[in-house]
Ligand binder design. Structure first.
Ligand SMILES: Cc1cc2nc3c(=O)[nH]c(=O)nc-3n(C[C@H](O)[C@H](O)[C@H](O)COP(=O)(O)OP(=O)(O)OC[C@H]3O[C@@H](n4cnc5c(N)ncnc54)[C@H](O)[C@@H]3O)c2cc1C
Length: 249
């Protein structure tokens, strides 16, 4: 783990509630990260105590592991949120203390026959970071499903990146699961309902499949229970829940 100073560069809206923020990274030792990892942004609570919030690195990594001088993240605004308040007020050139990289939500070195990469909201960013690594697995014959839960079309963050992958590889499948409103022009894989509905209609092979779950804690818990019930061994279900740490008292 390396202490980092992030300098805010730019911010682009992904939808009405989510932005893609770019920072440059300064650190005393090179900041090397692996696709799927996250950083912690450091903040001060109202009572003066130090705390942090975690954010997955959203860049498409050129190589699975690399030294990064710039990072981006997708941030969903939370009303009254500490990080939300600071990040939404940042201007170009402002700095923020951070640390990283953290996490083991990365592809395992051994290849699996089928990958189910399941997300809600900004939980899809680790899979975006992995796109070039996934291309290697796809070229080796793996089948990859990115199963993305959102309320409606605007929640399908980075859909263009995954649809481009689907156009290029027959064995890559982008499966949007829309719970409230379908796309104006639905595509073949589009599903109605939660990702859990989609998963419950699937069979999983405990010998060859691996699943990753990232985002909303409720989805992660429910999908985990479902996959386990369907016979997928626990060590083949990787999880990352997007929650804030408890305030320090
Ligand atoms: C490993 C990891 C990776 C993460 N990656 C990302 C990421 O890439 N992008 C991202 O946007 N977030 C990510 N998160 C969540 C992020 O760390 C913060 O929890 C989130 O941004 C809210 O922080 P905040 O300080 O603005 O709100 P807080 O001050 O933490 O919360 C304010 C209030 O809102 C509630 N609240 C918190 N989160 C939500 C929510 N999602 N919906 C509704 N109410 C909420 C809290 O319970 C609290 O009452 C990640 C979390 C983890 C653990």
């Amino acid at each position: 783990m390396t202490p980092l100073t992030l300098t805010y560069h730019s911010c682009q809206a992904l939808n009405e509630n989510t932005v893609h923020i770019c920072f440059s990274v300064e650190s005393e030792v090179p900041f090397e990260a692996q696709a799927g990892q996250f950083v912690r942004l450091h903040f001060t609570q109202a009572d003066g105590k130090e705390t942090f919030r975690s954010y997955s690195i959203a860049d498409v990594f050129e190589n699975e592991k690399m030294v990064k001088k710039e990072i981006s993240m997708a941030v969903s605004w939370v009303e009254g949120g500490l990080a939300t308040g600071v990040l939404s007020g940042m201007k170009s050139g402002d700095t923020l203390a951070a640390s990283g990289p953290f996490g083991r939500f990365c592809l395992l070195p051994e290849r699996h026959e089928r990958y189910f990469l399941i997300a809600t909201g900004t939980g899809v960013t680790p899979y975006r970071a992995m796109i070039n690594v996934l291309k290697e697995r796809l070229a080796q014959g793996s089948e990859v499903y990115v199963v993305m839960g959102a309320q409606n079309e605007t929640g399908l963050l980075y859909a263009d990146d995954f649809e481009a992958l689907e156009d290029a590889y027959d064995n890559f499948h982008y499966v949007p699961c829309l719970s409230r409103q379908q796309r104006s022009t639905p595509k073949n894989n589009d599903q109605k309902g939660y990702v859990q509905n989609y998963l419950s209609s699937h069979e999983f092979n405990p010998e060859t499949d691996i699943a990753y779950l990232c985002g909303n804690p409720e989805m992660v818990d429910e999908a985990f229970a479902l996959l386990k019930e369907k016979g997928l061994p626990v060590q083949q279900i990787k999880r990352e829940k997007y929650i804030s740490p408890k305030p320090r008292g």
